[in-house]
Design a protein around this ligand. Structure first.
Ligand code: EPU
Length: 309
C-alpha cells in the first residue's frame, strides 16, 4: 500500500522519485536516522548508492524546487519534532567504500563511518587518525564540521575533497588550497561532499591498533557512550572547557521532559527514551542562561539543528 501523499511535495516530483528510487520512503521518521533517536519526519528519504543516483536525486529536486539535505551518521544532529521539508539523502553503496592509494593515502566515500575508516587504516599499518576513533559520524559529516578531538582534527589529514557541483551536476575535486578548516567549521558547509583523499602515516599495525583501543577506552571512561546522545552540545569557549563550566554551575543531571544533562560528561545531553527535540532545546536554553549569568560566557552550539522551527 502506498503511503498518503505528503502535501508539500509536488506530485510530479513524487512520481519521478518513486520511479527512479523504488526504495524511497515518504514521511520517514528521522528519529530512526539520528543517534539521539529524536526527529520528526522527512517528506522523502532516499539512499543514493552511486554517483549517478545521487546526481539524479539532486537534478529531480532542483527541477521541482524541492530542498535537499544530506545527513551523515546523524551523530551530531538535533532534528526538530516537526521534521524536515523536502528530501533527505543518506549516502550508501559506493559512498561507503574505502581504497588504499600509494603513499599512505586512503580514498574514502563520504558515507564511510569514521571509526570504520580508522580501524581499516590501522589493520593496514596506516596511522595518524587514531584519536578520531571516538567520532561516530561519517567522513562527509566530519569534514563539513571539521570533527576532532584535542589531539587533532580531520581537516589536518585531508589532501583532496570531492563535491558534487549542483549546477553542473559533476564531481569537482577540491585541493587543500581550496579548503578552509577551523575549530568545528569548514568552507564545505552547504556543499554535497561525496568523498575524500586522506593522508595517513605508515606505522606498525599493532602500535596503531593499541592506540585506537586506548582512545576508545578513554572515551568510555569520560563520555556517556552507551546512551542516546549527539556528542558535544556546545563548542568549548576560547580557553575554557564547557563541560567543566556546566558542572561548576551545578547543572549535571538537569532534566527537562525526557532529556537530561549527562551525569557523566556535562557537555552531553542524553535522551532518556522519549525525549522531544523541544526538551533538548529547553536544556540548551537553561544551560546557556545559567552559564551567561554565572560566568558571563556566551555558549555556541556544536551540535547542528535541522528542521522547521
Ligand atoms: N570536565 C568536567 N566536567 C565534565 C566534563 C568535563 O570538569 O562534566 C573537564 C574534564 O575533567 C577536563 C575538561 O573538562 O579537564 C575537558 O573535558 P574532555 O577531556 O572530556 O574534553 P572536551 O573538551 O569536553 C573535547 C571534544 C570531544 C572529544 C574530547 C576528547 C569539543 C566540544 N569536544 O571534549 O568531542 O571527544 O575533547 O578529545 O571540542 C564531539 O565533538 O562531539 C566530542 C565529543
Amino acid at each position: 500500500m502506498k503511503s498518503p501523499s505528503p502535501t508539500t511535495l509536488p506530485h510530479a516530483f513524487r512520481d519521478a522519485i518513486e520511479k527512479r528510487f523504488p526504495g524511497a520512503r515518504f514521511d520517514e521518521p528521522l528519529s530512526k536516522h539520528t543517534t539521539f533517536k529524536i526527529g520528526g519526519p522527512a517528506d522523502v528519504y532516499v539512499e543514493p548508492r552511486t554517483t549517478a543516483e545521487l546526481t539524479d536525486a539532486v537534478r529531480l529536486a532542483d527541477d521541482h524546487g524541492v530542498a535537499i539535505t544530506i545527513i551523515g551518521g546523524g551523530s551530531n544532529l538535533l532534528i526538530l519534532d516537526s521534521g524536515v521539508r523536502g528530501m533527505i539523502l543518506r549516502l550508501k553503496g559506493e559512498f561507503e567504500e574505502i581504497a588504499a592509494r600509494p603513499g599512505s593515502l586512503l580514498d574514502s566515500g563520504a558515507g564511510v563511518k569514521l571509526p570504520k575508516l580508522i580501524a581499516w587504516a590501522g589493520e593496514r599499518g596506516l596511522g595518524g587518525s587514531e584519536s578520531l576513533v571516538g567520532v561516530p559520524g561519517t567522513l562527509g559529516g566530519s569534514l563539513i564540521m571539521n570533527a576532532g578531538t584535542r589531539e587533532g582534527e580531520i581537516g589536518d589529514l585531508v589532501r583532496e575533497v570531492r563535491v558534487l557541483d549542483r549546477g553542473a551536476l559533476r564531481v569537482d575535486v577540491l585541493s587543500p588550497r581550496d579548503l578552509r578548516f577551523s575549530y568545528r567549521a569548514s568552507n564545505l558547509d552547504g556543499r554535497l561532499v561525496v568523498g575524500a583523499l586522506i593522508e595517513l602515516k605508515a606505522g606498525k599495525r599493532d602500535d596503531i591498533i593499541n592506540r585506537i583501543r586506548e582512545f576508545q577506552q578513554s572515551r568510555l571512561a569520560t563520555q556517556p557512550v552507551h546512551t542516546h546522545n549527539v556528542g558535544s552540545t556546545f563548542k568549548n569557549p576560547p580557553g575554557k572547557f564547557v563541560g567543566r563550566l556546566i558542572e561548576q554551575a551545578g547543572l549535571k543531571g538537569l532534566r527537562i521532559g525526557g532529556a537530561r544533562v549527562s551525569p557523566v560528561h556535562a557537555n552531553f545531553v542524553e535522551n532518556l527514551g522519549r525525549a522531544k527535540a523541544s526538551d533538548v532545546l529547553g536544556i540548551v536554553e537553561s544551560v546557556r542562561g545559567k552559564i551567561r549569568s554565572e560566568f558571563g560566557v556566551e555558549l555556541e552550539l556544536e551540535m547542528r539543528i535541522l528542521g522547521e522551527p
